[in-house]
Design a protein around this ligand. Sequence first.
Ligand code: B12
Ligand code: SF4
Length: 506
Amino acid sequence: MKIALVNPITRRSQGYHTVGSYIPQLGLQVLARLTPPQHTVDIIDECFGLDQTERLLLTGGYDLVGITAYTSGATRAYELAGICRAKGIATIMGGPHASARPDEAAGHFDSVAIGECDEIWPRIIEDAAAGRLAPRYEGELSDLETTGFGMADQTLSPINGRYDVSALQTSRGCPVGCEYCSVTRFNGAPIRRRRIDDIIDEWNRTPKKFIFVVDDNFFGVGEKHAIWAKELLRQIIKRGKKRLWFSQTTLNMGEDEEGLRLAYQAGCRGMLVGFESFNEATLRQYAKGINRKNLDRYQELVDGFHHAGISVFGGFIIGSDEDTPESVAETARTAVELGIDIIQVTNLTPLPGTKMFDRYAEAGRLLATEYPSDWERYTFTETVYHPQKMSARELDEAIYELRYAAAREPWVWKRAFRTLVRTRSLTTAGFVLGMNRGWKRMARVQAPRDAENFGFTPPASERMQKVLRSFRMHLRSRFTPPVVDAPPAAAPSGPVALDVLNSGPR
Ligand code: B12
Ligand code: SF4
């Protein structure tokens, strides 16, 4: 059989999700490696654009098209499945959205695979080859150590583009169980670790110099996992090819000096840490106990990463029942003060399959409910529900402004310079510069959609303007010369209410 594995991307936020850098969709490389050798696999990743997909699918001679999808990509996944099915090509959907909404997916695909599919993929292939694809398959949370699952085909490149970095996973699962996240439900609370020898073997076969280690929680929250993670790091130092890398972890890693030192020595230059909020009630609502417990230690923990030479990519989720436009700017301000190197501010988004989605749906607070077409609005760049203390529009305005404030060249350079001072690592500062430039590019690509959404007469509300004025003054007082830059290139030159967008020489 000839198989195509596809990563669909929503049209609405193509730029936001993809321009930062081209990262492999690891699940597809994992399935490719598990495919029996008599079959061939092509990957088509729409992070490189949507234009070619239909032609590639219809002229590629495929017998089976497998599509993964995040929720935001589900609408596009259904569109592609329709195109394939009309031509008689068998289709199967897997990944986070199919796992959350299998019945919906079943209306568009011949078959739906739920959960982790390492173990069942060879059976799916066998069934497809025999023309008896079952309507539904359910995967299991396999023990990665005994089965050896989790290994990806690192050499397989998409047929429609080239990734910038490699992706690799050392463990799956997370015990924290945040209300807005589906990981604990779909990948389990216990952290399941792969064999260290397998990881080193795969590490040494990664084709790129930079690796995104896509673990849900690299360092974990308990001693047992920390001991394992440190042993892994020692083995990478000893036996692994020299690579720089980046991963995701919880805040508590900031207190483990030894773990951080080993991580730096093993090439780690940044960790994505979900701070989400500085408000205790919000953290309680998000069920993010690990952060709530450490709220008064944020500075110490951030410093821990910096002392080891590792930058902090801080994720903030805005729009809780406690948030107001003022608290949005306040969050960004506090993040700057803490010395977060890369600041990601996204709209709270209740995703199907999470407790948060059920709570909001039950309370009738979801705005975007024309499914499946509205799934493409679940991108984290648009408010899809009614916030409590502001309107959805006000929340969008606040985040929109921050997006552009953080997409300004002087800001980007200053973050890198500050990182250099804090971490005393040139490679870490270089990483931060690259990431913040990625955000800048993303904001530019996002500009036409923002223009459509806001008509570039936005942030009109007086309340919002006041908040942003104070945020700008704060930035200016921290960084001299003041933050001044041109508006994003793609932005139309319509009347813009806020000088954060149109100050500067151009
Ligand atoms: C790495 C990662 C990223 C990377 C993505 C890299 C890339 N190439 O796109 C980055 C950091 C860029 C990212 C961004 C985002 N992410 Co993310 N991310 C992850 C993470 C941590 C790991 C994904 C991974 O590679 N797993 C390893 C592989 C092996 O697992 P897998 O993909 O699930 O594949 C297995 C099964 O699902 C199944 N399977 C998957 N596809 C298919 C297809 C077929 C045909 C079959 C049969 C089976 C199958 O088999 C595979 C093997 O078992 C997951 C958490 C998680 N554990 O899933 C979140 C996760 C996928 N991300 C999520 C979200 C929301 C986002 C963002 C929207 C967040 C944001 N604020 O912007 C963006 C959007 C990105 C986009 N492209 O649209 C959500 C998605 C939930 C949802 N319902 O949509 C997750 C689940 C985390 C969460 N919060 O709940 N993310
Ligand atoms: S700590 Fe991260 S991976 Fe774990 S449940 Fe929370 S958001 Fe999900």
